[in-house]
Each structure stands twice: as structure tokens, then as C-alpha cells.
Write a protein that binds this ligand. Structure first.
Ligand SMILES: [Zn+2]
Length: 119
């Protein structure tokens, strides 16, 4: 669903599922996933380094390691956060036929009788 690492395609190139499916807050969920993906490992590293170096915690190396992680992890997390949120969104709101670009409005074949029936 990405045309490049930082560029979302309008829809999935395989199945044509759209990113946004009638909601207005999709990016908020993706941002929350990015925060979880970024902050989770940082907190685990912080906890591990504090436990390993206790009671003489080296604050400067700790900030250097966590600072590098805080700068790099959002780049790693960016496309993964969108895909993870899309997966959660699909579980919470199952996909409808109208969520696909190509199948948004199936055309009538013309041989169905749409005239009102006489009473
Ligand atoms: Zn797809």
C-alpha cells in the first residue's frame, strides 16, 4: 500500500483496498501505533540500562543511546504503523465491497428487470 517508503499509494496495488474507509481519524490511529512502536522499545531499553547499571547509572550514555533510538525509530516505524493500524482497523470494521476502488459501484448488467411490478 506504499509506492515508496514514505509515500502511501491511494489504495493497495494488489487488491485495491483504500486506506480510508469512510472514517475521518485513520491517521490518528496510525500515529498512536507509531508512538507505541517507538516508545515501547525506548522504554524497554531505558529499563534494561537502568537495571544493568544500577546503582551508578551513567546518564550521558543513556541519553545518547535513547536519543539515537528516538531519532531513528520513527523512520523505521512509519510504514509499519500505518499497516498495523490498517490491520487493526480491518479487524474492528470488516471490509465492505465499497472499500475497494475498482469494485466501489458494481455496474448493472442491464438484463435485470427493474420496472415496478403491476399490482
Ligand atoms: Zn491489498
Amino acid at each position: 500500500m506504499f509506492s515508496s517508503y514514505f509515500t502511501k499509494a491511494a489504495s493497495c496495488r494488489t487488491c485495491s483496498l483504500q486506506w480510508r474507509r469512510g472514517d475521518v481519524g485513520f491517521e490518528l490511529g496510525a500515529a498512536a501505533m507509531a508512538a507505541i512502536i517507538t516508545l515501547g522499545p525506548l522504554l524497554l531499553v531505558l529499563l534494561a540500562l537502568v537495571i544493568v547499571t544500577w546503582p551508578e547509572i551513567e546518564v550521558v550514555p543513556l541519553f545518547v543511546v535513547l536519543g539515537i533510538g528516538a531519532v531513528l525509530l520513527p523512520f523505521v516505524a512509519y510504514p509499519r504503523a500505518y499497516l498495523m493500524w490498517q490491520a487493526i482497523d480491518i479487524v474492528m470494521r470488516p471490509v465492505e465491497p465499497t472499500d475497494f476502488v475498482l469494485d466501489a459501484e458494481p455496474e448493472r448488467s442491464g438484463d435485470e428487470d427493474v420496472r415496478p411490478r403491476d399490482a
